[in-house]
Design a protein around this ligand. Structure first.
Ligand SMILES: Cc1cc2nc3c(=O)[nH]c(=O)nc-3n(C[C@H](O)[C@H](O)[C@H](O)COP(=O)(O)OP(=O)(O)OC[C@H]3O[C@@H](n4cnc5c(N)ncnc54)[C@H](O)[C@@H]3O)c2cc1C
Length: 324
């Protein structure tokens, strides 16, 4: 296939909310290329209403592939279905949500198409020659790699919650139902267990107070919990607190959860690059550290130099009075 045969932007995720987010950046790219934006909606008993919802959020076309073998996500049939869509409609750019499943799917699709694939792209643009330019964080988040593709289609995965979905509008589009012969996958899920999550997931929390090795014991995290309670926030931590001490199950940072709260308060956290790479999408960052040279202050909008054991209770009291 020659590169010129490819036209249009296609988005896919197994998570409907993430398709909406991808449509937002997809719309931007499609408009720059003056081309159409399509979405692949794959599953079982897929209602057309979902397709209409995608059109309202920016899609020109929605391809619905509905088959009982697609009820649960399984990478083999999903990759086959996407392969068929790409071969038939030849989009030049394919955006896939970088969920665990999307990250498994994208390279498989790329291999089947003998195409390039860039993963976890944080910024996407079109250059003067109409090529996709993708930025990704590398070296633990300390540098940005800027990549372009030599061939088409250009496949990228995009982390969830990076782009805000567009406001719905009364725009019109086309829904195309596609019949794809789906092969029985070679693997089968035999049991599903829900992961226990206490409170709101950190990825979605609007206010996060996180603690680092400046806290001397697990019990001391109660100080953060009290502040979180007053502010209506969640408590998080750095990697050593979870991975080394086992006080929490997950941590914030490049190798953990990436967050984008309205307010992030880092308590007794030095601000290692691996940590700050996961907090940079926070709207406001406040740091509390007794060392005025701590790197966290460079990432912070507001800094308090002081002993957390004095500062945090004082803040809790002050907010209690303020928010009464
Ligand atoms: C491949 C790799 C991936 C990694 N991924 C991550 C990641 O995703 N997330 C992550 O967090 N880390 C990650 N790390 C670890 C990271 O490099 C740092 O080691 C870690 O973030 C440091 O955690 P910390 O800030 O809690 O501890 P420290 O660096 O020890 O900092 C503790 C801070 O507390 C301050 N402090 C001490 N006592 C007080 C007090 N009484 N009052 C106020 N301040 C006080 C100190 O001044 C210090 O700045 C990764 C490392 C590697 C190698």
């Amino acid at each position: 296939m020659g590169s010129n045969e490819f036209k249009g932007v296609m988005v896919f995720s197994e998570d409907f909310e993430i398709i909406l987010e991808l449509l937002s950046i997809g719309r931007e790219l499609a408009d720059k290329l003056q081309t159409a934006l399509s979405a692949a909606l794959i599953g079982y008993n897929v209602s057309e209403e979902y397709g209409q919802e995608l059109i309202k959020h920016g899609a020109d076309k929605v391809y619905i592939v509905d088959n009982s073998l697609l009820e649960q996500f399984n990478v083999e049939p999903y990759a086959d279905v996407l392969l068929k869509l790409v071969n038939d409609y030849k989009p030049e750019i394919i955006l896939i949500g970088a969920t665990k499943r999307g990250k498994e799917l994208a390279p498989r699709l790329a291999t089947k198409l003998n195409a390039g694939c860039m993963t976890e792209c944080s910024k996407l643009d079109i250059d003067d020659e109409g090529r996709l330019v993708a930025n990704r964080l590398v070296y633990g988040g300390s540098s940005v790699a800027v990549g372009i593709f030599r061939t088409k289609p250009q496949i990228v995965t995009v982390p969830p919650h990076l782009f805000e979905k567009l406001e719905p509008s009364d725009r019109t589009g086309e829904i195309v139902k596609i019949n794809v012969e789906v092969k029985e996958p070679r693997t089968r899920v035999v049991e599903r267990k829900k992961k226990e999550v206490v409170g709101v997931r950190l990825e979605e929390a609007p206010i996060i107070i996180a603690g680092g090795r400046g806290l001397k014991s697990k019990e001391d995290f109660k100080l953060l919990e009290e502040l979180a309670k007053v502010l209506g926030g969640q408590v998080g931590c750095t990697r050593p607190i979870a991975a080394d001490y086992g006080w929490f199950t997950n941590w914030i940072g490049i190798s953990g959860v990436k967050i984008k709260p309205k307010l992030y308060i880092a308590v007794g956290i030095s601000g290692a690059i691996q940590h700050t790479a996961g907090i940079m999408d926070s709207k406001i960052i406040v740091a509390i550290n007794k060392d005025e040279e701590a790197p966290i202050f460079k990432a912070a909008d507001y800094g308090i130099v002081g002993d957390l054991y004095k500062v945090v209770p004082a803040l809790t009291e002050a907010f209690k009075k303020l928010l009464k």
